[in-house]
Design a protein around this ligand. Structure first.
Ligand code: DIG
Ligand code: MN
Ligand code: MN
Length: 388
């Protein structure tokens, strides 16, 4: 056990499709063998310290599997879970791979496709509940359009809302106790994606019939693809008490969805994310929705998974070091001016407070001249990260 060895208590999880990714990409064939769900669970057991595994319905049971095949696959999967003591943390539905969903699932223009998508999600919820999954993710991979001639976006969102309201009721009626987590992604695979960022979902959730059951599942790569600060997206979710799940990975800005190993592209961004999660005591699953480079063999896939978790644990220690650093604390004291009395004025409105505030004089030149040593603060941050 090294200082940065994960344990199941860290609640790190991996989807079957992550370490099971065979290396296929839009321009090339698979470079690795396709593993069965049981073999993927055994690989995660070999990785060590993993809390749980996640699956799309068809990652586990292929869409055209016979009853007998489904029974065999599920039985082998269950045996592998027992062998490795891995839990099933999150489940989700593949509503994006099959041609039937080419024009969306819940937002499709075809009522039969919408109904089939809800049925498929219900069956996915049944399968997840069978293994004790407590979070159910919805990534609307095909909800969008290439031309806005296709459908009214207000109507499209209404269809998405109807499906979620129905599925919330299904979870309640079945007593599954699911926390639904909505995952945003911009720009692909549809020409224009509905709900492209976490912020869009945070605005959407209050319009649902059971908003308390529904939160978000932000993903690093997806907010980066929109050119946004992921830590701020997570902060908005935390502030709204809606961070029900999180997809950790990494991503070069301005690229397709790369799903890189956590921390491998933007170490400073990863640091501030881990600091935020730890400062705010996020207690949910930390899912690495990522995959190894296409060049990786099985051994390197294992290193990929270990690297995701080690980087999180190293950055967690760096965050504690940063919070305790004397120079950081001194610099923060210089930059943050509480001004208790003036702050109290806008704490809670009252006519007299408003009058007092209206009557106050502010010396703009003095305020503008106060030092803000952010260069030194950011340099100190980098030097802590660089181990200096
Ligand atoms: C893509 O980032 C999506 C799908 O992999 C899955 O539906 C979801 C679960 O993490 N993330
Ligand atoms: Mn992704
Ligand atoms: Mn994801």
């Amino acid at each position: 056990m090294s200082e940065f060895s994960p344990t199941p208590k860290d609640k790190f999880t991996f989807g079957l499709w992550t370490v099971g990714n065979p290396g296929r990409d839009p321009f090339g064939k698979p470079t690795r063998g396709v593993m069965s769900p049981a073999e993927i669970v055994d690989l995660l057991g070999e990785v060590g310290g993993v809390h749980g595994v996640n699956f799309h319905d068809n990652d586990l049971v292929p869409i055209d599997a016979s009853e007998a095949e489904a029974g065999r696959i599920v039985g082998e999967f269950e045996a592998a879970l027992k062998r490795t003591k891995l839990k099933v943390a999150m489940a989700t539905t593949d509503l994006f791979g099959e041609p039937v969903f080419r024009d969306g699932a819940f937002t499709s223009n075809d009522a039969e496709v919408r109904a089939y998508a809800v049925q498929k999600a219900m069956r996915g919820m049944d399968l997840g509940a069978r293994f004790g999954a407590s979070v159910y993710v919805f990534w609307g991979g095909r909800e969008g359009c290439e031309s806005d001639a296709a459908k009214d976006p207000v109507e499209a969102e209404a269809r998405f809302r109807r499906a979620l309201d129905f599925l919330c009721e299904y979870s309640i009626e079945r007593g599954y106790g699911y926390k639904f987590a909505l995952e945003a992604k911009p720009n692909e695979p549809r020409g224009h994606m509905f709900f492209p960022t976490t912020g869009h979902y945070l605005a959407f959730i209050p319009t649902l019939k059971h908003p308390g059951m529904v939160g978000v599942n932000p993903e690093v790569a997806h907010e980066h693809m929109a050119g946004l600060n992921f830590t701020h997206a997570v902060a908005s979710a935390l502030a709204a008490d809606k961070l029900f799940h999180i997809d950790l990975n990494d991503q070069e800005f301005g690229r397709y969805d790369q799903d890189f190993r956590f921390g491998s592209a933007n170490l400073k961004h990863a640091f501030f994310l881990v600091k935020l999660l730890e400062d705010h005591k996020y207690a949910g699953f930390k899912h690495f929705d990522a995959h190894a480079y296409r060049t990786a063999d099985r051994a390197d896939v294992i290193e990929f998974a270990r690297g995701c978790m080690r980087t999180y644990l190293i950055l967690r220690k760096k965050a504690a070091q940063w919070n305790a650093d004397a120079e950081v604390k001194a610099l923060l004291r210089q930059c943050h001016r509480p001004g208790k009395d003036v702050d109290a004025l806008t704490e809670k409105f009252s006519r007299s407070k408003a009058e007092t505030l209206l009557g106050m004089g502010f010396d703009r030149a003095k305020l503008a001249g106060r030092p803000l040593p952010y260069e030194r603060l950011d340099q100190r941050t980098l030097e802590i990260l660089m181990g200096v």
